[in-house]
Write a protein that binds this ligand. Structure first.
Ligand code: ADP
Ligand code: UDP
Length: 236
């Protein structure tokens, strides 16, 4: 039995680069698709939000002279590209999926609505909700918390490249230690940067637990669904 019935899985755009410095690494994409198939086969309803940092980030674009709003729109388009890539990789291994977009762009994807997303998940399709929130000045972490709350997910799984929330950024501070669980307030008070605060606050206010884990280790998504504590649970 899977630990959760319906999940919102946030995948990092940046992780999709794999060993590359830009764009999509097909091997990493295929591994993500295989991991998703494993939990889909367990009967879990799956909603996915993917980032776009492997292609474009509005904030770094603004640092190079891009208009911030246009830069963010480029970032949102990047999430659509990644979503189409994942949908294609899922299709290649026999998993039906549907790309919904927060900005109208048929026929690339259908315009997002909560009802459409739930209907598709209940019919057994993996639903990929692209273009973040559809608005500039937000991130896909916030898009994930928003969609997770809307689709009434049991948990938001933040699949990233570290295995949980640490006392400091583990990629920079080797002495950082990992929390097995932590409250939303502690993240705020300790100034921990694993997820942006808008996303964390939305989850807190709407009682959506977050589970941070390393998605780049093959098999980890299934372990989470089997109840193995390999990451950090963020809750009230
Ligand atoms: N306290 C912390 N605990 C864990 N990770 C942290 C922390 N502070 C910063 N990070 C960094 O946050 C990154 C994950 O956040 P983010 O950049 O949003 O990733 P993603 O691209 O997966 O969405 C990790 O790769 C890690 O280096
Ligand atoms: O609701 C949203 C979601 C994303 N973005 C833009 O899309 C980029 C890519 O998303 P993100 O940086 O969250 O991706 P990740 O860190 O997961 O690769 C962001 O930098 C923003 O520029 C946005 O403007 N609004």
């Amino acid at each position: 039995m899977a630990k959760f019935k319906r999940i919102l899985l946030k995948l990092s755009g940046e992780s999709l680069m794999g060993e590359q410095r830009y764009g999509i690494d097909e091997k990493r994409l295929a591994e993500y698709a295989e991991q998703i198939k494993e939990v889909h086969d367990m009967g879990v309803q799956i909603g996915i939000v993917i980032g776009g940092g492997n292609i474009f980030r509005g904030l770094s674009g603004a640092g190079k002279g891009f208009d911030r709003v246009k830069g963010d729109q480029m970032g949102m388009c990047a999430t659509v590209i990644n979503s189409l890539g994942l949908s294609s990789a899922l299709g290649a291994i026999g998993v039906k999926s549907r790309v919904l977009t927060a900005i109208r762009m048929e026929p690339i994807g259908e315009f997002y609505s909560k009802w459409k997303a739930i209907e598709c998940m209940e019919a057994g399709e993996v639903v990929i909700m692209s273009a973040g929130t559809g608005n500039p000045y937000f991130t896909t972490d916030t898009g994930s918390s928003l969609r997770g709350i809307e689709i009434e997910a049991d948990v938001m799984l933040k699949g990233t490249r570290v295995d949980g929330v640490y006392t400091a950024d583990p990629e920079k501070d080797p002495t950082a230690t990992k929390f097995s669980e932590i409250t939303y307030d502690e993240i705020y008070h300790k100034g921990l940067k694993v997820m942006d605060l808008t996303a964390t606050t939305m989850c807190k206010e709407n009682h959506l637990p977050i589970y941070v884990f390393n998605m780049d280790v093959y098999g980890n998504l299934k372990k989470v669904m089997e109840g193995e504590n390999i990451g950090t649970l963020v809750h009230n």
